[in-house]
Design a protein around this ligand. Structure first.
Ligand SMILES: [Zn+2]
Length: 64
């Protein structure tokens, strides 16, 4: 059985996000179960990923 985990993604200007290893969707919280695809999560993998913030700077998140 495959197991899934969140990858923590650290942003410079935004809140950290957690990316589902199964479906790739990102959330602001490491849920026990992925809200998008429903897989059970085992853990959070901390893997600082400093994405190019210039690309994402336009994105405004509503639940700020
Ligand atoms: Zn998922």
């Amino acid at each position: 059985m495959a197991y899934h985990y969140w990858t923590q993604i650290t942003h410079f200007l935004e809140k950290d996000e957690y990316q589902c290893s199964n479906c790739g969707n990102m959330f602001y919280k490491p849920y026990a179960i992925c809200p998008a695809c429903g897989v059970k999560m085992k853990k959070v993998k901390y893997e600082p990923t400093w994405v190019d913030e210039a690309d994402e700077y336009d994105m405004l998140f509503e639940d700020f």
